[in-house]
Design a binder for this molecule. Sequence first.
Ligand code: M6R
Length: 353
Amino acid sequence: GKSGYGHYMLKEINEQPQAIRQCLQGRTSEHQQSVLLEELADLDHDGLVQLVACGTSYHAAMYGEQLLQERGMQAQSFFASEYDADRIAVDNETLVIGVTQSGETADTLSALREANRAGAATLAVTNVVGSSAARECEYVVYIRAGPEISVAATKSFVSQQITLALIASTLADVSLPRFLRALQRLPDHIQRVLDRTTTPAVASEIADSEAYFFIGRGTHVPVALEGALKMKEITYKHAEGFPSGELKHGPLALLTPNTPVIALVTNGGETATKTIGNVNEVAARDAPVIAVTDARESVEGVSDTVLEVPRTHPWLAPVLANVQLQLLSYWVATRLGRPIDKPRHLAKTVTVE
Ligand code: M6R
């Protein structure tokens, strides 16, 4: 059942701390010095990694791509439906990772089959034991999110992000104690966001907007895209996500006082400063600004509303920011009376190409 929550989506958003604990269980060494992924014990790969996925899982794959690159690997992510083994370089030196919660998405399965035909090593990152993706691939790492009923993917996304982070450390063979310690604290940080969020009130103010824009840089780009996807999927409102630097190359023309811009500004440094610059361009067009930040003082002058997240390791800040975005979409959809768990025209698992 929904354990007292109005919808499965809200229940599953609230299950994220537990999902992460399950995902990490037994996968790091005692003092968080290194990652232990038994499933990959006999995989020794330092060549190209390609990730294939759809929808929310594609956004997790983008995040995985960035993490792999950060750890010195060559990585590329693809929409599974656009993966064409005849056109792109893929051979027996390539590792192809299929990221799919259900393990049954037709586009992802078909990309994995192509990769297998091309001689690549294949790895499924999935939630469902014994799923088609798990059976199609040579290797499988389960994300252990537990059952996800709501059509909108929430806890499976964070579990995919964490699983890909563990895989990236394993493949790159790097030990990152500071990152691993921050991972252990992530469930508590998410709990803090869940307990303190002001998204119900913010949602009431923005529920009848014309459109929503989500912007961020670097590791926040996948989350900006994910925030917009979630908003469209459950509110039926127009929403778009893009890198904050792209704003001035076109989308700026769409901004009005009725198009809130949700800006992801964490981690300080040059990235945050540049995004704040982009936020100023938004404010000058009288579009309302909602900043998701770990440094309230840095955005107070340029934003109308602030959604706070605890400060954490730079690579985990987007994970925390995403929880605020999930809640924001959920509460906007609630204010609009949408059938949140079963949006029109959508299925939990898409089994046609
Ligand atoms: O089961 P999968 O992870 O392969 O599903 C992929 C997409 O269909 C899925 O993430 C979809 O985008 C979600 N409903 C979005 O919330």
